[in-house]
Design a protein around this ligand. Structure first.
Ligand SMILES: [Zn+2]
Ligand SMILES: [Zn+2]
Ligand SMILES: [Zn+2]
Length: 139
């Protein structure tokens, strides 16, 4: 199943009808070759309303279908998620995110929240640096 079909199906299960503009947003996301900002996505979809693009991106992130990574320049970039909850290694040079999971880290984060009487609703862990291929000098 393509990302567009999968995302459409997931959105319908939570009550969002499949509309032509929404499918256009999904196809644009599926064909993005690099992590993108919502502004870049908007520019590539001149016929689609701003609210539809913003809402679709937010829903896809909530469904764990899209990764959302804040960069050090203040922008937020998105890329297709490979699956369930995970964390990111973010390369400062090429901008690619690599996913990793660490259940022990997740358990420690939950313990910290509990110890502070804090009701945890989510967390994000981003590691910033230089990826293996950039460190090796190539791209
Ligand atoms: Zn991710
Ligand atoms: Zn890199
Ligand atoms: Zn986690």
């Amino acid at each position: 199943m393509s990302f567009t079909e999968l995302a459409n199906a997931r959105l319908e299960t939570i009550g969002f009808r499949s509309t032509a503009p929404r499918r256009a947003v999904l196809r644009a996301i599926e064909s993005a070759s690099a992590p993108f900002t919502v502004e870049e996505l908007l520019e590539s979809l001149p016929g689609v309303g701003r609210a539809t693009v913003f809402r679709t991106v937010k829903l896809l992130h909530e469904l764990d279908l899209l990764c959302r990574v804040p960069l050090e320049d203040g922008s937020i970039r998105y890329q297709l998620s490979e699956g369930e909850h995970h964390h990111h290694l973010v390369c400062r040079r090429c901008g690619q995110f690599t996913e990793f999971t660490d259940l022990e880290l997740d358990a420690r984060i939950q313990e910290q929240a509990r110890a502070h009487g804090f009701t945890l609703e989510g967390h994000a862990v981003e590691l910033y640096g230089v990826c293996r291929s950039c460190a090796a000098g190539g791209l």
